[in-house]
Design a protein around this ligand. Structure first.
Ligand code: ZN
Length: 307
């Protein structure tokens, strides 16, 4: 009697454990913990973070937290309270361009990415931290003076062309406009299934970005037309760089000034961000290309959230 009751209890316990483990596993696979860092930017980060967070959450693939730094020029005691625990996350998205982080936070991010964490850089986040060497390696190219490092552009087939430091233009952009994104690595998980050419909504087209530019995998570019104040060259728009066991994914799309959020409501931008975050975190992409993805001659905007 006793032993058969015990066996039943044991079987029930084993079954429960298996079900619980299965559930935990499914949950872990479904939701990737993602941290957005914001708090200082020469762009309206207060308008950007909610749009990006809502789009990431809507995929069902991420659980999203936000870490907001102290404001520019804040005293050291305020910065002493800013210690985001990157190790709790699969991927960190930077919407930050401001004061250099405390050395401890820099070291924590370097360790996080080196150990396999994902890092995603949006637009002016690549303007940050010119004096932080490991950051410059991670992002490859940043908004820097032409004496800072090499410039990397691509030819029509997406092959990289390097311009040495000191030659050619430094960081800048022409007037804002809608422009075509050309995909160069259609088999990369983030780009797979996208039209080869698609029209991005009104944005700044960054050119002349500078840096070490090592191990850059340029996934897409855009022609910075001279008529709109560009360089006449194909400028990298989306790239990734391996760093230790981690992946750093950058898009320079996503300018938001005032409350004009068109660039980050572009369905192309949203898809690149969502898939870039998933890929930086896991090395694979399950999120689909939405049906309303932009076409070569037509932009596509997600509606503004109700105020
Ligand atoms: Zn901008």
């Amino acid at each position: 009697m006793h032993s058969s009751a015990n066996r039943l209890r044991l079987a029930a316990a084993v079954l429960f454990t298996l079900v619980a483990a299965g559930t935990n596993h499914a949950m872990a696979a479904d939701k990737l913990p993602l941290l957005i860092v914001d708090g200082q930017n020469n762009h309206t980060w207060q308008a950007m973070t909610p749009v990006m967070k809502a789009e990431l959450v809507k995929t069902g693939r991420f659980s999203v937290d936000v870490a907001t730094t102290p404001p520019g020029g804040a005293p050291a005691e305020d910065w002493a309270k800013f210690r985001p625990d990157f190790s709790k996350y699969a991927v960190v998205l930077s919407n930050y361009n401001g004061d250099l982080w405390p050395a401890e936070v820099q070291a924590a991010l370097v360790k996080f990415v080196g150990n396999g964490g994902g890092l995603v850089i949006i637009h002016a986040a690549n303007n940050a931290f010119p004096s932080w060497g490991e950051w410059n390696k991670m992002i490859g190219l940043g908004w820097r003076d032409h004496n800072f490092g090499d410039r990397v552009t691509v030819d029509e087939r997406g092959r990289p062309l390097r311009t040495p430091k000191g030659e050619g233009p430094g960081a800048g952009h022409g007037s804002q406009h809608e422009f075509v994104i050309d995909v160069h690595e259609p088999e990369h998980p983030v780009m797979r299934g996208m039209p080869e050419h698609w029209k991005h909504a009104n944005d700044e087209l960054y050119h002349g970005q500078r840096g070490p530019g090592a191990d850059m995998h340029i996934l897409a570019s855009a022609l910075a037309a001279k008529e709109t104040g560009g360089t006449g060259a194909r400028e990298p728009m989306i790239w990734w760089i391996p760093y230790g066991k981690g992946r750093v994914f950058t898009t320079v799309m996503g300018h938001v000034g005032g409350n004009d959020t068109r660039s980050i409501r572009c369905v192309g931008f949203i898809t690149v961000m969502n898939r870039g975050c998933e890929w930086a975190a896991t090395g694979t992409v399950t999120l689909p290309i939405p049906e309303n993805f932009p076409k070569a001659d037509a932009t596509s905007l997600a509606p503004e959230a109700p105020k």
